[in-house]
Design a protein around this ligand. Sequence first.
Ligand SMILES: [Zn+2]
Length: 219
Amino acid sequence: MPEQQLTEEQAELLQEKIKNMSPEELAEFQKSQCIFCQILNDKIPSKKVYEDNVCIATLDIAPASKGHLLLIPREHYAVMPQVPDQTLGHLIVIAKRLSQIMLKYLKVTGTNIFVANGAAAGQRVQHFFLHLIPRKEGDQVLDLNEKIIEKEMVTKVKTAVEGKLLDLLGIKKEKIKEKSMGEMNEEPKEKITKKTTKKQQKKGESDDADLDNIANLFK
Ligand SMILES: [Zn+2]
């Protein structure tokens, strides 16, 4: 990372500069420091295999398996909660199609599609993207070491979340009970958005505040 090459004095100056930036200037600065934004602007070469006006797919330079793709939105977003629903929807549809192609043409029997949100989750690039990883039986790619969490802790988490998550998401419980999962999927998105907005206006909360509340439940 460029920051690591700076002297202490330079780093302090940079921090001061960042503090005084407007949101627009900060966004531009983040883009200028972002390796994926530079790939998207063709300033850094990449092995692009797909592109449209929303995203590109490129081969990972350090692949977990043969055909490992990175699906990158053209706009710079640091983490998933910042990505507009429409963009996210498009990325998932493309991920589905690329996954189908992998299954058909790469002689693989599975695919992993995953997101790392934040450094703690292994995110190394400050630009949201999806990993698409072709998998074969027993390939040991991405084998997660299962951690045993005490039953007591699982119950604590359940108690903390129970009954609060729907509220935080701005979804009414009765609506969920009334509808089957199939019907739920068909519910127009605007309806949910409207409800959320109304509720948020009443409480004077924003989307970000809700996400913070959810995160706090797991602390
Ligand atoms: Zn970027």
